[in-house]
Write a protein that binds this ligand. Structure first.
Ligand SMILES: Cc1cc2nc3c(=O)[nH]c(=O)nc-3n(C[C@H](O)[C@H](O)[C@H](O)COP(=O)(O)OP(=O)(O)OC[C@H]3O[C@@H](n4cnc5c(N)ncnc54)[C@H](O)[C@@H]3O)c2cc1C
Length: 283
């Protein structure tokens, strides 16, 4: 299977759906969990890696203009349920954080492509940091449902920021936690850990989201493992989320050895780790 064959795209619906807030609570001092009652077959049509554009509520104090992209964190267990896990970081997410149970919210999606999990896969590795946990949580559930073993490398500022339970949601995994606070999340240390795991167990695929540094590290490592699929869900800032405004384009390598700009919202957000062209660092 080639990398290109690994990507799956669902039929997309750019219609807006009115949902009801069924649950909304803080998970820690920065992240909130949001459960929406979504109309009809929306949840069943949503796949791991896809995202929605959330319409932020407007108040006298907060008037966010654009919709905000959010990965789907879970679908179910009840039918007609969509879950999100989000970092309250700026104007839009602050406005969303004010929603009360029973309030309504308009969402657009599901948007974008999905992670690929081959039917023959026996073990995968997920390398997550920050909001990447929310994006990859459904992938971990999917692997657990199919009996695929998971090696999870979780990176956070400190143990209190890790959200291990929120990530695994009861799924079995060999978990390795690394932290900025004790230096174990340093690039060299994580690279050694990833290489050790790939040597110890045969992995079919490696997935990541949430850190450009981890992405570049995995790109380096995977150059030595040509048979291992590598996929990343990119979190580029975006406006329309539907491929029109081109604000989320990123540079990627092509199979022909050229470079091309692709829209993260439309051709992604899931891409081959090998194809990402690293961000230029200034200064
Ligand atoms: C496909 C996709 C899926 C995402 N999934 C999640 C998710 O599941 N949970 C979650 O918490 N966040 C997720 N994000 C990031 C989320 O969209 C932003 O944090 C949010 O739009 C910020 O809006 P704001 O108005 O609160 O903050 P702003 O005032 O717009 O920005 C506040 C801070 O957040 C940073 N930021 C803004 N947009 C992004 C972005 N797209 N990616 C990374 N940093 C950003 C800004 O640089 C700034 O530092 C996702 C982004 C994309 C593109």
């Amino acid at each position: 299977m080639t990398q290109a064959e690994g990507f799956q795209r669902n039929a997309e619906s750019v219609a807006s759906h009115r949902c009801e807030v069924a649950e909304h609570r803080w998970v820690n001092d920065r992240y909130k969990y949001l459960r929406l009652r979504a109309p009809g077959p929306l949840a069943r049509a949503t796949r791991a890696g896809q995202f929605y554009q959330l319409k932020c509520p407007v108040s006298d104090d907060l008037q966010p203009f654009l919709l905000r992209p959010m990965s789907v964190y879970g679908m179910g267990p009840q039918p007609e349920t969509l879950e999100f896990l989000y970092n309250v970081t700026g104007l839009g997410t602050l406005a969303i954080s004010d929603l009360a149970v029973g309030d309504h919210m308009d969402i657009v999606g599901p948007l974008g492509n999905t992670f690929f999990l081959g039917p023959e896969f026996k073990r995968i590795m997920v390398v997550a940091r920050g909001v990447g946990l929310a994006t990859m949580a459904p992938l971990v559930q999917m692997a657990a449902d199919r009996g695929i073993a998971v090696t999870a490398i979780m990176s956070a500022r400190a143990p209190k920021d890790l959200m291990r339970d929120e990530f695994l949601r009861g799924a079995p995994a060999d978990v390795h936690c690394v932290y900025d606070s004790d230096g174990s999340s340093d690039v060299d240390a994580v690279e050694a850990l990833v290489r050790r795991q790939l040597e110890q167990h045969s992995h079919d695929a490696v997935y990541t989201c949430g850190s450009h540094r981890l992405l570049m590290l995995l790109q380096r490592v995977l150059a030595d493992y040509p048979d291992v699929l590598g996929q990343v869900a990119m979190e580029q800032r975006m406006a329309c989320g539907m491929g029109v405004c081109l604000s989320c384009v990123r540079l990627f390598d092509t199979a022909e050895g050229d470079k091309q700009f692709l829209r993260v919202c439309r051709e992604g957000p899931v891409f081959s780790i090998r194809d990402v062209v690293g961000e230029v660092e200034f200064g």
